[in-house]
Design a protein around this ligand. Sequence first.
Ligand SMILES: *Cc1c(COP(=O)(O)O)cnc(C)c1O
Length: 441
Amino acid sequence: MCDFDNMQTRDAQHIWHPFTQVKTTPRSIPIETAEGAVLYDTNGKSYLDLISSWWVNLHGHADPRIADAIARQAKKLEQVIFSGFTHRPAIELSERLTALLPGNLNRVFFSDDGSTAVEVALKLARQYHVNRGDKKRLRFLAFEGGYHGDTFGAMSVGQKSGFFKPFQPLMFQVTALPFPETWEDDVNAEHKERESLARLEAYLANHGDETAGLIIEPLIQGAGGFRMCRPSFLKEVAARLKETGVLLIFDEVMTGFGRTGDLFACLKAAVTPDLIALSKGLTGGFVPMAVTVCQEELFAAFADDSFDKAFAHGHSFTANPIACAASLASLNITKSKETAAAWHRIEASHKSFMKQVKKHPLAHRARVCGTIMALNVYGGKEGYTSEISSHLKTFFLERGLLIRPLGHVVYLLPPYCITDEQLKTAYKTIIAGLDFLENIL
Ligand SMILES: *Cc1c(COP(=O)(O)O)cnc(C)c1O
């Protein structure tokens, strides 16, 4: 048996893969090495990683600048309890992040992944009100199609994503507002925004003082199908929440660190939330870590002589020094001129492809925001379980491309090191994939 088959067989004996139906999904591909935007399997076959390995990688795989920073930190201080102790990488990272974030987003709480960053944001929102003597705020607002992670709080605010049916009866009370998704040449954007805002206003009139916070993926809903909204909508939402006490939470777990063509979506939209959750790109995609950053005023409401008002929350690996070192190395690259130029280059490239792909009879609602491009494929089933997804995924893999459609939504979310040549290959193969679908659907 060759190494490739041997690894697949052994994998299938003991491993449970995420978001995977074992009975209908082909066996997992063993990846041996990676460099830049390319993954190599155990047979030496290459795959162009057009989804940044589930949206985490920023600058390319195995970047030596981040790898070296990790190695140096691991030999110096690998981990220390973060209650009662601190360390240089965490201090420096908190200084750099808060300097880059807008307004008074000044206080950093570290955790492990996107879901925990969201849990922390939701819990901070609730306890902030309780600490101020306002105990009746038990509700949250979210958006249809929003996805915020797989833990219970994150699932509750992401109920409408449709992934969590068995757990529905265990969730807390969340109202989902319509998300005014828009695309190139959409003539109804304003109408959809007005409807959503009217729903928000009506809700606030009835339940504003029972609501702890509103959570939104700003500018782009990721897992919900790369649905995009206009920056002006975020401004309008923020304006409606003013004076209501409802805290504005931006889940920038996916949009953070340049995906939207700006460092953060909140900067692009010029809206400062009360809390922001960041994770996926934080360490450049090398090791897991997350932060929830909040306004200084929120933090102040937790300071008291009694422990009751403290935030009784923490993870074993809070602010892991190795992850902080990776984040600092990644931030240096993110802040370079080359990276900003890459954002613009990728966006311009996506936009010219969008003009071309729009002409394909199966392609609809083409849209681009920064380094992300998406389109809907109509002609088969819609939604996450659409057969379009598995057909296209296989088609792309056979041709050495890692593109993983979300149901009938095809999207590209490449690492910033991707070359024009590599993007061209991706675009050509997408058109070929649509042609192939046209013949079999
Ligand atoms: C992926 C994602 C999460 C969850 O992050 P995990 O690291 O998978 O727990 C939360 N919010 C958004 C917007 C995401 O894209």
